[in-house]
Design a protein around this ligand. Sequence first.
Ligand code: S3P
Length: 182
Amino acid sequence: MPTLIYLIGFMGSGKSTLGHILANVLGFDFVDLDDVLEERLGRPIWEYFQVEGEEAFRKAEHALVEETIVLKNTVVAAGGGAFLVDANRDLMRENGLTVYLRLSVSLLVTRLSSSRHRPLLFGDDGVTLSGEALRERIERLLAERTPYYEEADVIVDIDTGPIGSAVDRLEAEIQAWEKKPG
Ligand code: S3P
């Protein structure tokens, strides 16, 4: 079993929830990068984004990714944009096993329609988009991001099934990856 696992993927894909459970199953520690960042930045991510801008957030996020590479026996849930930055992607791929949680646009729309704290889903008025506008935003971002996400070592498709079965598949795919030659 690899000793450092990065869960990556779009907002709302369950990286934190599944990551927590997976860490318990494996007897690993769990680190949620967004939670650590909120603590460090001293305010919610959405507020930091609005006041300091996305670039400042990405800098702080990158510094934290750099710190994680020494962790052992740990599952790390990365924010949805972390893997898009070349330097972060290289660090994660070189030092851990990267696992992409892949969901359909429809499922993401369902899951994200009650989200209130994700700045990339806000409209110009600072309020989370809804309906067709939300779907279009998710579709566009996912299309831009998919080529990067698919560079992960392992891809696990997440559907509407029970969470336990997603965790089982996650564990099985990680073990299968380990047995792959090369
Ligand atoms: C972001 C995802 C968020 C958070 C920030 C930016 C993104 O994390 O890091 O709002 O660029 O996709 P989640 O993926 O946990 O929502």
